[in-house]
Design a protein around this ligand. Structure first.
Ligand SMILES: Nc1ncnc2c1ncn2[C@@H]1O[C@H](COP(=O)(O)OP(=O)(O)O)[C@@H](O)[C@H]1O
Ligand code: SF4
Ligand SMILES: [Mg+2]
Length: 433
């Protein structure tokens, strides 16, 4: 974990110095994928710098220089429509060679829930969410439990139908496809589940589970055994495990098989739903590293859902912060940690930093703010800002509906007061120091 975040490191993750090697020579290469490409020709070699890593280092420099500047609200336009947000929430600079892999625009998902007095009430679990994901990019969705992150993934994977909005994958609208039409996309978008024990059929051997997914990319029966062995090797596992059933593997081993299974059809996009939170702390870092390394060798885009900002710090390129179904802040990862603008993001970072301070891994959490009370679904029905009942900066104008507005280059926040809060917090910090 980098010193800039002020978070404690996930055990087992590499330090930024060993992860990223500065060079922009390869910028642009490896961003695009062709259909039906052949599998990687060499086994995964851990720690080898890749074009992706090189492009990452180039991008970091850009974002550092942007985030050190100060901007005023007047300089940036209010974005009126969701289409504009999706179009202008451009993928990171390393994906500036064409259209995004995924473009989600104005996504809405309604459920009916039963409240404490057993009344059935509508719940808008996802409310007008728009974002893009570039090829080989990691877009992270963060937020407390119940903010709608997994629902976004369930809709992307067609596990549930959206209520409104558009999902364009590789230039094609997939949001309204019939089940039959959607089959064409099955191998191109995959999912890694949170709980590896629940993600596998306990009656099937590892070989059978992997074979099912290898068939999605047309691997012939005669090649299944060698491809299973190759898939297991790519995640650092011995091919002998193929004969076992899930119950005979540890959680960490099974999550590695989960990664191998998700990548077996050679997808272009994988939805990672809390990929480490069900795992033992000691092996979380290994899975984070594995996912990052495989992204570099296989040019796959990730939508990463997590409530753990340390995972975001280690893996993400850009981040969308969700609160009660809405995106409240969207920007590059470096920008988010250096200059969080929405009071909710500030509080999330504050919580993580305070625990890092308690562990002795960070020394300051000045001015990040604390929220009052807990997230309540009732607040999702508010016309005004949904955070107002918990926000330490709330005032009368916060009772008006809040739009996601651009507050700095490639940085959006859903709070009319975000820049004022920043000034106030900076001034308080200066006084206090
Ligand atoms: N099938 C469902 N029926 C009714 N409500 C649901 C259903 N799935 C999720 N929800 C509700 O939608 C909200 C968002 O859930 P979810 O997407 O799982 O959030 P997160 O992944 O951020 O924890 C929660 O309040 C949850 O209870
Ligand atoms: S609009 Fe008001 S209540 Fe909402 S986050 Fe901003 S300051 Fe807080
Ligand atoms: Mg979830």
């Amino acid at each position: 974990m980098g010193p800039r975040s002020g978070f404690s490191r996930i055990p087992g993750t590499r330090t930024p110095a060993s992860s990223f090697v500065a060079s922009t020579d390869n910028r642009g290469s490896g961003c695009t994928r062709s259909r039906g490409r052949s599998p990687p020709s060499r086994p995964l070699i851990r720690g080898v710098p890749s074009p992706t890593a090189a492009r990452r280092s180039g991008r970091s420099a850009t974002h550092r220089s942007l985030s050190s500047a100060r901007w005023t609200a007047e300089r940036w336009p209010v974005i009126e429509s969701e289409t504009q947000i999706a179009a202008s929430t451009s993928p990171s600079p390393r994906d500036d060679h064409g259209s995004p892999l995924l473009q989600v625009d104005g996504l809405v998902k309604d459920y009916v829930r039963t409240d404490a007095s057993l009344r059935r009430r509508p719940l808008r679990a996802v409310d007008g969410v728009s974002f893009t994901v570039g090829r080989s990019e990691t877009f992270a969705l963060v937020g407390e439990s119940g903010s709608g992150k997994s629902t976004v993934g369930r809709v992307l994977l067609r596990l549930t139908e959206q209520t409104a909005g558009s999902i364009v994958f590789d230039g094609e609208e997939i949001g309204r496809l019939s089940e039959r039409q959607a089959r064409r996309f099955r191998h191109r978008i995959q999912m890694l589940f949170q709980d590896p024990m629940a993600a596998f059929d306990p009656r099937m051997t590892i070989r059978e589970s992997l074979a099912e997914f290898l068939r999605l990319r047309g691997v012939p029966r005669s090649a299944v055994n060698s491809e299973v062995a190759r898939a297991l090797a790519s995640v650092g596992l011995d091919s002998d495990l193929a004969r076992r059933r899930p119950g005979a593997l540890s959680g960490g081993q099974l999550q590695r098989v989960g990664v191998a299974r998700a990548l077996a059809p050679e997808p272009e996009l994988v939805f990672l739903d809390e990929p480490t939170s069900a795992l033992d702390v000691s092996i979380r870092g290994q899975i984070v590293n594995l996912l990052s390394e495989l992204q570099e060798t296989q040019s796959v885009g990730y939508v990463l859902v997590t409530h753990d900002l340390r995972v975001v710090e280690a893996m993400a390129d850009r981040v969308g912060v969700m609160y009660l179904g809405q995106l409240v802040e969207v920007c590059a990862k470096e920008e988010l940690f250096e200059r969080p603008l929405h009071p909710y993001t500030r509080a999330l970072i504050g919580v993580t930093r305070r625990s890092a301070i308690a562990e002795g891994a960070a020394d300051h959490a000045v001015g990040l703010g604390r929220l009052h009370g807990e997230l309540s679904l009732e607040h999702a029905e508010r016309e005004g800002c949904r955070l107002a009942p918990r926000c330490p900066f709330a005032e009368a104008r916060c009772e008006e509906p809040q739009e996601l507005v651009q507050v700095a280059p490639a940085h959006w926040a859903r709070c009319w007061k975000a820049l004022d809060v920043e000034q106030q917090v900076d001034a308080d910090a200066t006084k206090g120091s």
